[in-house]
Design a protein around this ligand. Structure first.
Ligand code: T5A
Length: 226
């Protein structure tokens, strides 16, 4: 299908470990491909060479005893590169960005999970992003035990942050839900059901919020280069 061009949108999938974000990013990406909408899909921490290098330290080194502040600053260091090198150029080119995690993860994990003061986490986020925030966070909500069970079935080894345990996962989930109550750009979506059922829910939210972008038969060229 011929590529459409249009105003960029920054959409972020969020949720606890094992909620299904990676699966849903792939399904959304396939859908955008099918409707001919230029897009990039990416993940955090990572998405750039420096971000992937930081990811190996933050997640891969379960042997490191890392202060929560070090974890926060490393994740934010990766985000600054992600925003400069991935998100801003894609939005300026009129593309849709579908990201697996962004700043809401930092508030949920380093704020509510690790217990760092939220105002400090927000100040750090502001430095890393230069104030850029997504058009919409789609928060995949799943009881934390069910996410852990999905990961166990997957056979994946727990990374350094996942290894923090059940209480940590629960604090993260509750943190996400508390954030969703106060942030209008966060939509809570049940992560239960088959991947296709969850995908249909996400698509519905995008079509409702941004019909001008996501309706296949919507306006296709608003004069911005793709
Ligand atoms: N982090 C990240 C922070 O602490 N602060 C930050 O600011 C940021 C950005 C990232 C880690 O970094 C932390 C949070 C994380 O701990 P990650 O690997 O990117 O690590 O994130 P995870 O959430 O751990 O990734 P996972 O791949 O484990 O989980 P996903 O992506 O949510 O789930 P997915 O799609 O891989 O699915 C997990 C399993 O469930 C199955 C899949 O096939 C797979 O086996 N599945 C389903 N099963 C049944 N029903 C469904 N609907 C299913 N959907 C998927």
């Amino acid at each position: 299908m011929e590529a459409r061009t249009g105003a960029g949108r920054f959409i972020v999938l969020e949720g606890g470990d094992g909620a299904g974000k990676t699966t849903q990013v792939a399904l959304l990406s396939a859908w955008l491909e099918a409707i001919g909408l230029p897009h990039v899909s990416t993940r955090e921490p990572g998405g750039t060479p420096v971000g992937e290098a930081i990811r190996t330290v933050v997640l891969g080194r379960a042997d490191l005893d890392m202060p929560a502040q070090t974890e926060l600053l490393l994740i934010l260091a990766a985000r600054a590169a992600f925003v400069r090198d991935v998100v801003r150029p894609a939005l300026e080119a009129g593309k849709v960005v579908i990201a697996d995690r962004f700043s809401l993860s930092t508030l949920a994990y380093q704020g509510y999970g690790r217990g760092l003061p939220l105002h400090q986490v927000r100040a750090g986020i502001d430095i890393a992003t230069g104030g850029l925030s997504p058009d919409l966070y789609l928060l995949l909500d799943l009881p934390s035990g069910e996410g852990a069970e999905r990961q166990r079935r997957d056979g994946a080894e727990a990374d350094r942050i996942e290894a923090a345990g059940a209480d940590f996962r629960e604090a993260v989930r509750n943190g996400y839900l508390a954030l969703a109550e106060s942030e209008p750009r966060v939509e809570v979506v049940s992560a239960r059901g088959t991947p296709e059922e969850v995908h249909a829910r996400l698509r519905d939210h995008l079509l409702t919020r941004f019909p001008e972008t996501f309706l296949a038969e919507g306006p296709i060229d608003r004069g911005r280069s793709g």
